[in-house]
Design a protein around this ligand. Structure first.
Ligand SMILES: Cc1cc2nc3c(=O)[nH]c(=O)nc-3n(C[C@H](O)[C@H](O)[C@H](O)COP(=O)(O)O)c2cc1C
Length: 154
């Protein structure tokens, strides 16, 4: 029997380029993202703060899928300064029912999220073993509590 494949998670922060994302541009992005994610068994949450043009996104799925999607996202000209806040194994999906949930956020919500995470200065594969921690429990709780009543996947 095949061993179950471990789940992986990346949480990153970035800044929209130009004038930021119009509602139409966000809708286009989400349409594209949800089709791809569904086909690749990826799930997650995208938060966007229009006031400061900041994104925070949670990507979860099989490690190779998450990493290959993140590599594409990081090169996307619709945003810049993509910065990984957390990367590592995940025991369960935080957002199992969302191909890509979306919620508008305020900058202070995103700063609460970034405040839970120590800044990671080097990529996961260069960190000493044992430092690839699970996303802190408080962060998981905040994301779930914050997103559940707000986010949609349609
Ligand atoms: C903030 C942001 C979040 C994105 N999230 C996803 C996503 O969850 N899934 C996805 O397939 N594409 C997502 N994209 C789009 C990808 O960056 C990229 O356009 C898409 O993977 C197609 O890439 P390709 O043209 O190189 O195949 C996102 C883009 C941005 C700017």
């Amino acid at each position: 029997m095949l061993a179950p494949q471990p789940l992986h998670q990346i949480i990153y922060h970035s800044l929209a380029t130009g004038e930021g994302m119009s509602p139409e541009a966000l809708a286009d992005l989400l349409r594209q993202a949800r089709a791809y994610n569904q086909a690749h068994r990826l799930t997650g949450l995208l938060l966007y703060a229009a006031d400061t043009q900041e994104f925070v996104q949670v990507l979860e799925g099989l490690q190779a899928e998450v990493q290959s999607l993140y590599a594409k996202i990081a090169r996307d000209p619709r945003h810049k300064h993509a910065f990984v806040l957390h990367e590592g194994p995940a025991e369960t999906r935080m957002f199992p029912d969302w191909r890509m949930g979306f919620a508008p956020a305020a900058a202070h919500d995103l700063h609460t999220i970034t405040g839970y995470l120590p800044l990671v200065s080097e990529p996961a594969h260069l960190r000493p073993p044992g430092l690839a921690v699970h996303a802190p429990a408080q962060l998981r709780r905040f994301l779930a509590d914050f997103a559940r009543p707000l986010a949609t996947d349609e």
